[in-house]
Design a protein around this ligand. Sequence first.
Ligand code: NAD
Length: 292
Amino acid sequence: MAERIDGKARAAMLREDVAAGVQTLFDATGVRPGLTVVIIGEDPASQVYVRNKGRMAEAAGFVSNTHRLPADVPEADLLAIIDDLNADDSVHGILVQLPLPDHIDDRTVINRIDPDKDVDGFHTVNVGRLSIGLDGFVPCTPLGCLDLLKHSGAPLTGAHAVIVGRSNIVGKPMAALLLAEHCTVTIAHSRTRDLAALCRTADILVAAVGRPGLISGDWVKEGATVIDVGINRIDAGEGKTRLVGDVDFESAAQRAAAITPVPGGVGPMTIACLLSNTLKAAKRARGRASQS
Ligand code: NAD
């Protein structure tokens, strides 16, 4: 039976480390890292994420602000707000909660954020930095997956990592991170032929698809490490729902050496990594200020 990789516990430890780092920065400089989240519209899931981000940022000692804008806000107004945040020295991290309404272009908005305040790591400059191995900001979910992999003790150098899913938010940055860790990386997606056979060759299997239970136990190589990024809400009968991943946990755990559960695996790591990125942004801003 696989070891269960406890993302909830690891995320709590990471948040404690970040809180200690925040205190050290404050004691040395009087600066508190500032995180500002911009949310547009009333999407209930986004509202929950943003509330959780604010709560955890405050608990770690950050100055946390949220701009709530109506769903019909003109793109120009949103860009003007980002310009103000870019110019505000007390704001170290800016996050625009996705998805955005249809009349607003995601790429225009993301690329308006100062890359050194782009704590989501979605700006084209940060994507480029990750791709060529420069220090920048890495998207929080794959960063959390890598942290869990490292803490699981899975050997990465030379391992075959199969990532199922090629999104800009998870699959592609995960591939870049694992390549930098000297894995041999394969990215699979909806058009991949014989996905099951490919997954069976994976020492590290990362599922980021959004399809409940797509990956069953017989797709998992004996002794593999499985990271399940998927978050799917399914019908649990009697009018109830429950969260499941992209991997069928019970059958995969029979074969894997280690596996993340859903919930309680990758999910809690995302906000912890966001806080870690924001502390890093504040330290770097402080470093630049002390040099000028
Ligand atoms: P996405 O929809 O942008 O990308 C899904 C990818 O899966 C695509 O590249 C597609 O090619 C691939 N795919 C679809 N069907 C497939 C199939 N049958 N076989 C193989 N590949 C297939 O999704 P995303 O934003 O990358 O998110 C993926 C999952 O991870 C979702 O369940 C999402 O909720 C979850 N997620 C969790 C966190 C977190 O834990 N904090 C963060 C981001 C995303």
